[in-house]
Every structure is written in C-alpha cells, then in structure tokens.
Design a protein around this ligand. Structure first.
Ligand code: CP
Length: 319
C-alpha cells in the first residue's frame, strides 16, 4: 500500500508517522541526528543546510518541548522560522485549516511543523500541499490527537541507542495512559522497526486500548510483574484533556498502583534507564526521587530532540 509520506522514490517527503517506515529510513534519521548532536552545543556555529528556507511552526495545541526544539533546530540549520500565534491568527475568525495553509504557502513556506488535537490533521495538510503546492513543501507531524508523535518516537529511540547501544537484546516497558498516548504508539513503532524483541505495556484496563496485543506488545496490569528485569522504563503522562468519563478512581490511587517510585524501579535491571516525554506530573505518574535520580534520562531526551528535529528537517529538505 502507498505510504503518503514517501515520494515515488521511497524517500521521505513528509514525516507523519513512524508506522510503515523501514529500518533504513529510521536508522538514517538516527545516524544523521548523531552528526548534529555536536552542533546542538551552544558554542558550535550554525550549519547552512536550510538557508533560504522558511519553516512555519503551527501549534494548534500547547507545547513546550516540541515547539521550542523545532525552533532551535530550524534556527541551527539557518532556516527562517515563523511561529504562527494560533490564538491571534485568522483561524480564530473562522478561516479553515487548509485556507490558512494556502495563505502561508503563498508566503513561500517550505516546511510546516503541525501539532493538532485532531488525529489525521497533518495527513490532511500533506495531501493538500502535495496536490496544490508540489513536492517542495514538506509537512512534519508534531503530534496529532492520540495518533502519532513521530519525532518523539525518534528522539526516544535515539536516547535508548545512546545509553544501551543495541536494540536487539532489550526489554522495554511503557507505563500508564497508553489509551490516549500518541507517544506510546510512535514509541512502539520505533522500537519494533529497530528490532526490540520485547515491548511491554503496563496500565489499568481502562487506560489500555482494546486489542493492543495485536501491535505485538505484552500486556501487564501490575507493575510488580511488568517491570521485572526491564532495561528501559518509559513513563507516560495521564492525558486528562483527552479522557472522556471517569477512567480512574483518583490520581492518588493511580500513583499508588502505577506511579514509578524507587521501590518499583528496583524491580527493573540495576542499570535500567527511566524516560518520560514530558510534561511530567510529579507525584501522579512519577516520584521526584526517580525523576531526578541517577537512572533518569528525561532531560537528555529533550536535548536529543534538537538533533533529531535537525535531522528530520535536513533529510526532508534533501540534504
Ligand atoms: N513531549 C512533548 O510533546 O512535549 P510538549 O507537549 O511540551 O511538546
């Protein structure tokens, strides 16, 4: 089946999801990011790979990490970066999403970085720009609804490779609100593409999608069993903004059962790493002693996000 994010040569035209990408594309992004990690240091000069290009950040949903690291990444690639302030843009006067895109394309946008609460919005935009504006315009999904967050999946894979080197002997646990998590879906795709043999998801029945086993993961409802012997723990935020109805007795009860404390972390391998995509709710999904502890790689994840986003944008631009 045709993958809408690939051009006729099988190269990335847009980055919409990790689902359906092959291992060589994903490894190429990680390897390219590795070359940019040094450039991400404050004292290293910019690289000119996106000189003369305009990158439009369109965030229809809140963001701290993704929006800012895309802006830093584009700036370090020498692009012109335009952060559209959605709240005061004409979308608040009823202009349609695609009319907004056409107007920005008329300002010679080369790349749209899109976050949207509706799953599929970046696909809609990509299809539209392919038809109306041609192959020189690229769309990057910066998180759509509960569907996908591909650059988060890539930066998480990069972080795991940095600390563990080899994917093919790892057990990875993803913990918490899997049901509403685009990060969990993109992480599962990334880890499978890269050959992780055992991916576990741990959470209450109300926060696990029905049939998740069909994604090739092992399901656990107890931290005591699910965390045993794992190499990597990926914690997730409770996404209250996407919850409909009462899926949990209380945040305190969730923390008691699924919050990562030093005692629960001790069930994993002694050299296990702890990850969290942010924003992090201390005392709800993670104890501060773990979030700030020796095994936490939560802040390095954010830093690697700059290099990953530089890699994605430079590959899309044909460099
Ligand atoms: N991980 C992540 O997407 O964080 P932001 O919502 O701050 O971008």
């Amino acid at each position: 089946m045709h993958n809408p994010q690939l051009n006729k040569h099988g190269e990335l035209q847009h980055l919409l999801s990790l689902d359906g990408l092959n291992a060589s594309i994903v490894r190429h992004i990680l390897d390219t990011a590795q070359r940019f990690v040094g450039v991400s240091d404050r004292d290293v000069k910019k690289v000119p790979l996106l000189r003369g290009k305009s990158v439009f950040n369109l965030f229809f949903e809140n963001s701290t990490r993704t929006r800012t690291t895309f802006e830093i990444a584009a700036t370090r690639l020498s692009a012109d970066v335009i952060n559209l302030n959605i709240g005061v843009s004409s979308t608040s006067k009823g202009e349609s999403l695609l009319d907004t895109i056409d107007n920005l394309a008329a300002m010679h946008a080369d790349m749209f970085v899109v976050r949207h609460a509706q799953s599929g919005a970046p696909y809609l935009i990509a299809k539209h720009v392919d038809r109306l504006h041609g192959p020189e315009v690229h769309v990057i999904n910066a998180g759509d609804g509960r569907h996908a967050h591909p650059t988060q999946g890539l930066l998480d894979a990069y972080t795991i490779r940095h600390y563990k080197r080899d994917f093919t002997n790892l057990t990875v646990a993803i913990v918490g609100d899997i049901l509403h998590s685009r990060v969990a879906r993109s992480d599962i795709h990334a880890l499978q593409i890269l050959g992780v043999p055992e991916i576990r998801v741990i959470g209450p029945r109300t926060l696990l999608p029905g049939g998740i086993e069909q994604m090739g993961v092992r399901v656990f409802h107890e931290m005591s069993a699910g965390l045993k012997g794992v190499d990597v723990i990926m914690m997730l935020r409770l996404q209250n903004e996407r919850m409909k109805g009462a899926l949990l007795p209380s945040a305190q009860e969730f923390f008691r059962s699924y919050g990562l404390t030093p005692e629960k972390l001790a069930l994993a391998k002694p050299d296990a790493i702890v990850m969290h995509p942010g924003p992090m709710n201390r005392g709800i999904e993670i104890d501060s002693a773990v979030a700030d502890g020796q095994q936490s790689v939560i802040l390095p994840q954010v830093t690697f996000g700059i290099a990953i986003r530089m890699a994605v944008m430079s590959i899309l631009a044909g460099n």
